[in-house]
Design a protein. Sequence first.
Length: 220
Amino acid sequence: MTADIAEFLSRLAGGNDYLTLFLVSLCPLLELRGALILMGGMEGVNAILGMLCCVAGGSVVILPMILAIRPVIKRLKKSGRLERLGNALELHLSDRAQSVQSKARGGEASDGKRFVGLMTFVAVPLPMTGAWTGSAVGGVLDIPVWKAALAVFLGNFVAAGILTLLVTFTPVQYLDFYLGAFVIFALAVALSYYIAAAKRRQVFAPVRPCKGDRLRARHK
């Protein structure tokens, strides 16, 4: 299955496997992690060059996401129809940022500790910890833009190295299992985030008085 998907995507990219890896690394959810698993199903691809293409593709989104995430959230919160989405996104990223800062023990986190925490978060080769999420978290952290971008890039590079070694030394027949597990885990994480955000919206939603309460208030 992995080889078939890789071949199909490669045909869409004009038969260039390295361009395919670059483009897949740009996609949310799949990102560099999914692209490197697909690389295992590509015959004749140099593992180092393929990894560098994935790192390059995953790096494209870093700086734009860091710069854009705060204005996007602000715009969503001002929009009547998308206000809840903006609030949920802000809460989710605040949680992730708090998780990054909690890695700094012994007092308030410094820029250096936030840098290491963000880099470590992205370096874990799991779904929803890649360049898209890491850059969004970096955009809401109290850290200079260049430090956030460098932390995400280095974390992505470390994750790429770990996955490249894993894919290189894994027999081809097990790659389908890795790809299936990756997709299922990514969907499960995304669903859990959605459920958590929905519960928060219910908890923090303003309580509207019922009709009977309004009538009793008028008679007083």
